[in-house]
Design a protein around this ligand. Structure first.
Ligand SMILES: [Zn+2]
Length: 75
């Protein structure tokens, strides 16, 4: 797809790092599959994946986790 930020390049499949911060939790997930713009570096992550990550973040907040860094593992 065409990058909506710079409108100059087509995105290519790659991976990115997502950082979620909420309620005292910092959750970093590496190697998340994404479409990446080779021009400006903007990344686009599938909503299904983001939804999954947000759900695990909510569980971590309940468990009292403050920091977690992990590699993305496909469900
Ligand atoms: Zn771009």
């Amino acid at each position: 797809m065409k990058c909506v930020i710079c409108k100059h390049a087509e995105t290519i499949p790659g991976t990115t790092t997502i950082t979620l911060e909420r309620d005292g939790l910092t959750y970093v997930i590496k190697q998340v599959p994404a479409q990446v713009c080779p021009n400006c570096g903007e990344d686009y992550v599938d909503e299904i994946i983001t939804g999954d990550l947000l759900r695990s973040a909510e569980q971590m907040v309940k468990d009292g986790t403050q920091v977690d860094i992990r590699q993305y593992v496909a469900a």
